[in-house]
Design a protein around this ligand. Structure first.
Ligand code: OOG
Ligand code: MG
Length: 257
């Protein structure tokens, strides 16, 4: 819609995240399109940068069927990560930072060179320093975690936190590793890295395409969160949350009040 107030909507989403207060989806009232949704996302991240948060990379969303089905959205989307979203691996994640957080098992790539053009699958590994078992904490700013495509994009694709394990330089054979996420030792999500676009390296290809489409360069040292391999799980205080990814190892955190 012409006249969509990108800055005001970005402010609304930014305040919801800071004040941990859920809001109604914006599109029923404001009716913006996907391009405007990304403009709102970028404007809301610019507010974070203005407060001193530093860009650390990007996240992809809806790269697996399990996630598309869980949330009822079937387009690949992407969001921007800042250093304030990094939670220490093995540390405590406090529920008071969020509205209604969920956790999902992912892989995280670390870039070794700037990505300034669309890459092919064969080129992707040459731009990476490694891959780590990881989890994303998502926390939609929308009531009851319900949204459509444009709303979730405007809300930086529900991004709220990332927990990244140890990086491993071996990028071969990522396409069929077992994924187990556990709460206090009990499996809550089981899957395979193959669920992520058939091969999680394709998320790097997608990120390179999306970044170059909007004239963005991903500097060396950027994180690329590949998207969840399984549906996300809501969590409460008092949990030990872990993900094991066959051959790559484990990432974990504790939840506090
Ligand atoms: C949107 C974000 C999706 C993923 O890994 O697929 C996502 C959401 O589910 O709220 O991060
Ligand atoms: Mg995710």
């Amino acid at each position: 819609m012409p006249g969509t107030d990108i800055a005001a909507l970005a402010q609304l989403l930014d305040s919801a995240a800071r004040e941990r207060g859920e809001i109604d989806p914006l599109t029923p009232q404001h009716g913006f399109n996907l391009e405007q949704a990304y403009a709102i996302q970028h404007a809301s991240i610019a507010l974070r940068h203005a407060r001193g948060e530093k860009p650390v990379g990007v996240k992809l969303g809806f790269t697996s069927r399990a996630k598309m089905i869980q949330m009822g959205v079937d387009s690949l989307i992407w969001g921007l990560l800042t250093d304030a979203m990094l939670y220490e691996e093995g540390g405590v994640v406090s529920l008071s930072d969020f509205i209604h957080p969920r956790v999902e098992p992912e892989l995280c790539f670390l870039t070794s060179r700037a990505i300034d053009r669309p890459l092919t699958l064969l080129e992707a590994a040459g731009y990476l320093a490694g891959v780590a078992p990881a989890m994303e904490i998502i926390d939609s700013r929308y009531r009851n975690f319900k949204f459509g495509l444009e709303d979730v994009v405007a809300d930086n694709c529900s991004s709220a936190g990332v927990v990244v394990g140890e990086f491993c330089a071996d990028l071969s054979r990522l396409n069929n590793l077992g994924v187990t996420m556990r709460f206090n030792g009990r499996p809550v999500a089981l899957g395979s890295t193959g669920a992520i676009l058939g091969n999680p390296l394709r998320s790097v290809v997608q990120a390179s395409q999306l970044a170059s489409d909007c004239g963005m360069v991903l500097p060396a040292g950027s994180l690329i969160m590949a998207g969840a391999a399984t549906a996300a799980e809501a969590f409460k205080p008092g949990l030990h949350v872990s993900v094991d990814i066959g051959g790559l190892g484990r990432a974990e955190f504790l939840t506090g009040g």
